[in-house]
Design a protein around this ligand. Structure first.
Ligand code: 173
Length: 495
C-alpha cells in the first residue's frame, strides 16, 4: 500500500494484526501503523522485542516521540489506524505491581525527605520494577558503585575556626557560566521510565534552582523538546554517544550548537555497555514469556534496557577523532569518563576544555577507581605540567549524595560535581527539593569548615591520608558456614 492510499483510507487494526511475524512485521505507534519488516533485523534492541509487539500497539515510552518518523523511510509509514472495535484486554496485574501502585499512592509527603537518600528510598519503593532495576543497577558485582560512596568516607575535614562565616556564598562557574552551587545535573538516559515528563523535569528544576543540566543522547524526551523546555538564557550542556555513522554524529553536534548548547561532553568510558545484571534480568523476565511462547523464537537473555538501545555506540572512537570534533563545532569539548591522570593530561594537551573524572556511576568497568580518588593525581599532574593555565576544568561524578561530598571534591580541585539518578519519584518538584537540600547542607558545611566562599575551600581543609586504602569485603566461606555443626549447646560465633 502506498502512503497516499493510507491517507485516504485508515487501516483497520485487524489488518495490522495480520502482520505479526518476521516476514511481515507491522506495529502501531501513537495511532499510526509502520512497516518494520526490513528494519527489524537492524533494530539496536534486537528482533525479539519487535516481535513481541508485531501486529500490535507498540506505543511505549522508551523512544522519544518522532523516532520512527525520523529514522524510517517514508514508504514504511502506513498511516493512521482505525482502532474501532479494538477490545482492550486489561493486562493481568501481578500482586507485586498492585502493591507497588499502592505504595506510590501512599508515598510520604515530599517534605518528609530530608536527604538525597530519602528520595532514593522512596524511588526504590514506588518506581516500576524495571525502572528501578535500570536506574539502580551497577556493573558486575557493583564493587565500583559502592566504592563511589566509600571513597568519600575516607576523606575527613580539617576545619578552620574564627573566620567570619556570617555570609556564605556557594555560587561558582562552569565553563564560564554561572551556577548557584558547584553542581550540575549530569546525563542519565531514559527519564520517562521514572516519570511521564522525563528529562523536562530536570530542565524545569535546573532553571528554578540556577544550575546547569546536561542533556543525555539517549533521553526519553527528544533533544528539541528538552531545549524548548528551557527558559530564555538558561544554559544547557549536551552529552554525546558517538555513532558509528559519523554523519549522524555530525548532525547531532551541529544541531545542538545551533540550538545554543554551551558544552559538548563526549562519553569515553562506554565503548561497550557494562553488564548491569539487575537490568538484564528484568528485561529477560519481560521478554521471555511473550516472545518464546508466541513465536517459538529464542530470547536474547543478554539485553537490558540500556544494552537494548546502545549498539550504535562506536567502539572505534579514538584520540584520532578529536581533531575532527574540533573541526565540526566551536562548542567547548569535554571528555566524560576519564579514569587516570595520563588521559587527563592528553585531553589538556589536545586543547580540550576539560574532563569529567567518572566511572559512569559504577555502571561500566567494575573495579574502576572512584572519581574523587583519581582527582588527586589528576590535579597534581596537570599542575606539574602547567596545563591548567588555559582554563582547563576538571569535574567529577559518581556517588555524590551530600554537600560534604561536593566540598571534598572542590577542595581537591574539582570545578564542579555531577549529580545523576536518585530522585524521580516526585517529578520536577522533587528535583527542586533535592537541590535545595544540597544548598542547605552546603551552607551549614561551609560555615562549619570555615569557608565563606568556594575560593576559600582549599586542599588544606581535607585529610586524604586514607583515600587510596581501598578495602573490599573478603568473600565469606559459605560452605563452612553452611556445613559446620557446632558442639551441642556451644555457639560458634558465626551467627
Ligand atoms: O548508564 C547508562 O545506562 C547509559 O549510559 C546508557 C547507555 C546506552 C543506552 C542507555 C543507557
Amino acid at each position: 500500500m502506498s502512503s497516499s492510499d493510507a491517507e485516504k483510507r485508515p487501516l483497520h487494526h485487524s489488518e495490522v494484526a495480520k502482520h505479526a511475524d518476521k516476514d511481515s512485521l507491522w506495529v502501531i505507534v501513537n495511532g499510526n501503523a509502520y512497516d518494520l519488516t526490513e528494519f527489524a533485523p537492524e533494530h539496536p534492541g534486537g528482533m525479539g522485542i519487535l516481535l513481541k509487539y508485531a501486529g500490535k500497539d507498540a506505543t511505549e515510552p522508551i523512544h522519544p516521540p518522532g523516532t520512527l518518523e525520523q529514522y524510517l523511510p517514508k514508504d514504511k509509514h502506513l498511516g493512521p489506524v482505525d482502532l474501532s472495535g479494538l477490545e482492550i484486554v486489561a493486562k493481568q496485574e501481578t500482586q507485586e505491581e498492585k502493591d507497588r501502585k499502592k505504595r506510590a499512592e501512599e508515598k510520604p509527603p515530599m517534605d518528609e525527605c530530608l536527604s538525597l537518600y530519602d528520595f532514593e528510598a522512596v524511588a526504590k519503593s514506588v518506581l516500576p520494577v524495571g525502572a528501578w532495576a535500570y536506574y539502580s543497577s551497577g556493573a558486575d558485582d557493583e564493587i565500583t558503585m559502592r566504592e563511589n560512596r566509600n571513597a568519600y568516607q575516607r576523606i575527613w575535614f580539617r576545619p578552620r575556626i574564627l573566620r567570619d562565616v556570617t555570609t556564605i556564598d556557594f555560587s561558582s562557574t562552569i565553563l564560564g557560566h554561572k551556577t548557584s552551587l558547584p553542581i550540575y545535573i549530569t546525563a542519565t538516559a531514559l527519564g520517562k521510565l521514572g516519570h511521564p515528563e522525563g528529562e523536562k523535569n530536570l530542565t524545569w528544576a535546573a532553571h528554578e534552582q540556577g544550575v546547569i543540566q546536561m542533556i543525555p543522547t539517549l533521553a526519553s524526551c527528544s533533544f528539541d523538546e528538552i531545549v524548548d523546555a528551557a527558559k530564555p538564557g538558561q544554559v544547557q550542556f549536551m552529552q554525546l554517544y558517538v555513532n558509528k555513522d559519523r554523519e549522524i554524529t555530525r548532525k547531532i553536534v551541529q544541531h545542538a550548537e545551533k540550538r545554543g548548547i554551551k558544552g559538548l561532553f563526549i562519553t569515553v568510558d562506554a565503548p561497550q555497555l557494562g553488564r548491569r545484571e539487575k537490568d538484564m534480568r528484568q528485561k529477560f523476565a519481560d521478554e521471555g514469556s511473550n516472545v518464546q511462547r508466541t513465536q517459538g523464537e529464542s530470547v536474547d537473555k543478554t539485553q537490558g534496557a540500556a544494552r537494548a538501545i546502545s549498539s550504535f555506540i562506536d567502539p572505534g572512537l579514538s584520540w584520532k577523532d578529536i581533531p575532527w570534533f574540533k573541526s565540526i563545532t566551536k562548542m567547548p569539548i569535554i571528555l566524560k569518563g576519564v579514569q587516570c591522570w595520563e588521559d587527563a593530561v592528553l585531553a589538556a594537551e589536545q586543547g580540550l576544555a576539560g574532563v569529567v573524572l567518572s566511572n559512569h556511576g559504577g555502571r561500566q568497568l567494575d573495579f574502576a577507581r572512584s572519581g574523587i580518588e583519581i582527582l588527586e593525581e589528576v590535579m597534581r599532574e596537570l599542575k606539574k605540567r602547567d596545563l591548567l593555565k588555559n582554563g582547563f576544568e576538571v569535574y567529577i561524578d559518581g556517588g555524590v549524595r551530600r554537600a560534604g561530598d561536593v566540598l571534598k571534591a572542590i577542595a581537591l580541585g574539582a570545578k564542579a560535581v555531577g549529580i545523576g539518578h536518585a530522585y524521580s519519584a516526585y517529578g520536577h518538584e522533587g528535583v527542586i527539593k533535592a537541590i535545595q537540600i544540597l544548598k542547605d547542607e552546603m551552607e551549614m558545611n561551609m560555615r562549619l569548615i570555615g569557608a565563606p566562599t568556594i575560593q576559600d575551600v582549599t586542599p588544606e581543609m581535607i585529610d586524604t591520608a586514607g583515600l587510596s586504602n581501598r578495602l573490599v569485603d573478603g568473600a565469606s566461606d559459605y560452605l563452612m558456614r553452611a556445613n559446620y555443626e557446632p558442639l551441642a549447646g556451644v555457639g560458634n560465633g558465626l551467627g
